[in-house]
Ligand binder design. Structure first.
Ligand SMILES: NC(=O)c1ccc[n+]([C@@H]2O[C@H](COP(=O)([O-])OP(=O)(O)OC[C@H]3O[C@@H](n4cnc5c(N)ncnc54)[C@H](OP(=O)(O)O)[C@@H]3O)[C@@H](O)[C@H]2O)c1
Length: 227
């Protein structure tokens, strides 16, 4: 068992790098063929992570959708869908959100040590709450996931999570889907925030695959484990 899971970061963005717009409804940046591809990727994971703000904004289920893929997992002795993981500092999470209420699978909430009592109070009934440093240490989160037999982790956003995991140098694989339009709203969330990235012009990622799925394109990048 490795000291941390293989980390796959998955994102769909507009041509100008936005992952949503400023409206209250979720912007679709993908098509049915790509949703099915993402479902296949999810079905190969042990856990899926999103930031607390994505739970608040999108109320995602984060489940494997295809019954055949669910069945395949169950036959392999796995839950029908991967475990769900989130990070929060405020603990402002609704225990009735679909992250917690859907899927017979583990739900893990990581938070700084000092926030554990408040977060327990909020979602301790519906999830396992873990203090992981002060401030929260992403390497400790990954080590704890590895201890829980999570070997493959999919990070599905939003921009704060992308930035946190990329800047920590713990992303092994990046799946970037580009939608064929621009958003052009300065206040909309972007793929990443300004930061110092180890995947810089001197240490680029390796482009492993490009795939057209109807009107979107998947770019699959790999980084080396020591990067
Ligand atoms: N197109 C895509 O592929 C895609 C995918 C997912 C999401 N999205 C979009 O992304 C947007 C949300 O992105 P976002 O950047 O605002 O939020 P996010 O990455 O989903 O979550 C950010 C939240 O995570 C928690 N957090 C961040 N760093 C932390 C740390 N070091 N320790 C503990 N907790 C930490 C904080 O939660 P608390 O505030 O609770 O403390 C923070 O507000 C939404 O518009 C959503 O639709 C797009």
């Amino acid at each position: 068992m490795s000291d941390r899971p293989h980390v796959l970061l998955s994102v769909a963005a507009s041509l100008d790098g936005y992952i949503d717009d400023i409206s209250d409804t979720r912007l679709l940046l993908s098509n049915d063929a790509d949703f099915d591809r993402v479902d296949e990727v999810r079905a190969g994971m042990d856990a899926i992570l999103v930031g607390a703000n994505t739970i608040r904004a999108d109320n995602p289920r984060l489940l494997v959708r295809s019954p055949e893929r669910q069945q395949r997992r169950v036959e392999d002795g796995l839950p029908a869908s991967p475990a769900k993981v989130t990070l929060t500092t405020t603990g402002e999470l609704d225990p009735e959100s679909r992250f917690f209420t859907t899927g017979e699978t583990d739900k893990l909430v990581y938070t700084p040590d000092s926030a554990v009592p408040a977060v327990e109070d909020r979602v301790g009934r519906v999830a396992t709450v873990c203090g992981m440093g002060e401030p929260l240490d992403v390497h400790a989160v990954l080590a704890d996931l590895a201890d829980r037999k999570i070997e493959r982790l999919m990070v599905e956003g939003g921009g704060t999570m992308h930035t946190l995991f990329l800047t920590a140098g713990v992303v092994d694989e990046l799946h970037l889907v580009l939608a064929p339009f621009f958003v052009g709203q300065a206040a909309a969330p972007r793929f990443v925030r300004p930061a110092v990235f180890p995947q810089n012009p001197h240490r680029p990622m390796t482009l492993a695959e490009t795939r057209q799925l109807g009107d979107v394109v998947l770019l699959r990048y790999l980084s080396s484990r020591d990067g």
